[in-house]
Design a protein around this ligand. Structure first.
Ligand SMILES: O=C(CO)[C@@H](O)[C@H](O)COP(=O)(O)O
Ligand SMILES: [Fe+2]
Length: 226
């Protein structure tokens, strides 16, 4: 079994955009591990969110690693800009118009971490050939595009298949889950093999961020023992 600690990555899609820096610093003080930045182009997904200038402004505002989730049709065209802006990890969709091996190499050549993301309908096997090349594989547990949706338990076998394949290939791969993660669903994802938990609404909607991060981490860690 992998022995990564559980990591909590609050999704800033649910933060207060009028006070983003302070809201993110509060999440940092609350004990978050990464900051998850959702980038949407209105084409790959039916929503528009934020882009390069926001990553650039956030970079000096927090010390947390910036986990940039690209929900855009042409990730290759924008990798350089996100890397220059200060992304520490860039994940992009296997369903996008990209050459995955080239995109991964572009990110890793800059000394940054790379990951692939799967939409709910995409089978785990699609990314098996790329697992030795990446640091993170991310399983969408909702349809990408919006925060605050309901976790899809049907994604649990996909997480299990990815963890099994990573173990079979002897890879220390992070498995990140994104969408509908809260203290009720986190243990299910962790038991299936996830170790990085993105959570937007479940954290930013709470008045006490430290308590919310602590409760999510405790629930997830309990999932390991199930
Ligand atoms: O990438 C996405 C949505 O496309 C996510 O990162 C969401 O922002 C997670 O939000 P919650 O489901 O946790 O509210
Ligand atoms: Fe995301």
């Amino acid at each position: 079994m992998h022995d990564f600690p559980i990591l909590i990555a609050p999704s800033i899609l649910s933060c207060d955009f009028a006070a983003m820096g302070e809201d993110c610093r509060a999440m940092e003080r609350a004990g978050a591990d990464w900051l998850h930045v959702d980038v949407m182009d209105g084409h790959f997904v039916p929503n528009i969110s934020i882009g390069v200038p926001v990553v650039k402004s956030l970079r000096p505002a927090v010390k947390l690693p910036l986990d940039v989730h690209l929900m855009i049709s042409k990730p290759l065209d924008y990798l350089g800009a996100f890397l220059d802006a200060g992304a520490d990890l860039i994940t992009f969709h296997i369903e996008s118009e990209s050459e995955p091996a080239l995109a991964i190499a572009t990110i890793r050549k800059r000394g940054k971490r790379a990951g692939l993301v799967l939409k709910p309908a995409t089978p785990a096997e699609r990314v098996f050939p790329f697992l030795p090349l990446i640091d993170v594989v991310m399983v969408m547990t909702v349809e990408p595009g919006f925060g605050g949706q309901k976790f899809m338990p049907g994604m649990l076998p996909k997480i299990e298949a990815l963890r099994e394949e990573a173990q079979r290939q002897g890879l220390p791969l992070h498995i990140e889950v994104d969408g509908g993660i809260d203290p009720a669903t986190a243990p299910l994802a962790v038991r299936a093999g996830a170790d990085v938990l993105v959570a937007g609404s479940a954290l930013f909607s709470k008045p006490d961020y430290a308590g919310a991060v602590r409760d999510l981490r405790a629930a997830a860690e309990a999932g390991r023992g199930l």
